[in-house]
Design a protein around this ligand. Sequence first.
Ligand SMILES: [Zn+2]
Length: 477
Amino acid sequence: MENPKSAFSEWYTEITTKAKLCDMRYNVKGFVVFMPNSVTTMKRMYSVYEQELERNAHKPVWLPALIPESNFTKEGEHVKGFVPEVFWVTEAGGNKLEERLAMRPTSETAIYQMFSLWVQGKADLPLKTYHSAQVWRYETKATRPFIRSREFHWIETHCAFASEKDARRQVKEDMKTTERVIHGQFGIPFIFFERPQWDKFPGADYTFAADTLMPDGRILQLPSTHILSEKFSKAFEINYLNEKGERAGCRTTCYGPAISRIYAALISAHGDDKGLVFPFDLASTQIAIVPIIRKEGGEAVLSYCKKLYKKLSKKYRTVLDASQNTPGFKFNEWEMLGTPVRLEIGGREVEKGEVTIARRDTGAKETIALAQLKKKISQIRREILPLLRSRADNSFNSKIYAASSLEELGEKLKSGGFVKIPFCTMQKEGEACAEKIKEQFSANVRGSRFGKKEKTEGNCIVCGKKAKAVVYAARQY
Ligand SMILES: [Zn+2]
């Protein structure tokens, strides 16, 4: 297997197939079947995320998959942004429907219909919900499993507040959630950007989005959080009776961590030339027991392994690999699948009451007494995540550059990563300069770094006007 750092694209294609993460043979274009090796991990990822959201007082809802066209067209910007990607249901039971129904590409226009009923007085606010589900978008860009497909799995939160101040507070909470989960629990580094005014979520006043870097230096957008335009709550009549007895409009926010895409970032951030590498808690198989059977003593080895399996599988996702393959083949296979701990049991281990334990993250291997195994596994479990996170952080931080001319920007973009540049403005008027960068270098202006004041000096490297912003440009997935 090629090193992911030098030939990432090939590595990614090979690993998704070889590790059976998904099956691409499904006969609707742009749709794949997600397989147990990835789904087991993604279910854990969902659960970590949902716990964090509930800790912050979001309540779960399950929303319908279909949205009537009349809901969908209520907010002009939103409909303009999404219509080119919508799958429409036009018939049911053999009859043409009176009104087309959209397969939800995102659920604002489904839940806002209900928010207008649920929000009456100030006591109903803040209203904080989340929804774990699939959405469908007719992507015209090349699809790639987990990175971009026409159906993806995500969580969307939808909230309503009495004021913009509360909405802003929510957006900050969403960023903290992203940090705690994606960086803290999954070990994936990212930067939060405020997107320029010309690149917002359709219908949003402000969009903030987390971008990570893939090993080839191209960015992958992770969750974004948005303060939506008041036009939304006006169109859906989401309002409440204020102290003066008047109806006041709500401000709404939404946040969308796409689990299947974060999974793509997870395997890419931690994978190496032997295959996948996972934090212990996220691995689909956490411990693989490999019996090493020579000509004699096979039964004793196997029964020793079975006893171990019985004990470990109570607590961990464990597999006893008793297949006919050679031990060497099995070692490679479990390494390729990213199993954090591998136990090797041969005649010597059985005789001495020992176990040989190999770690996927460091490759370290040692033989210990059986009595120490429980403690050793707990120790490895604790150590893996911080190690993977700091490796990923180091690689990420080494790919942030700066440029002070167009020429230099082009040069720096060649090695991949973010390039910081002085830029005229994040307002609508800056779009022409961003377009030029896109045409010339196929790179996007991602916006300015959120929460970090960066000193603006000099002039926009495209138009030469005085720079009012420091923005980051990068090539994108
Ligand atoms: Zn400019």
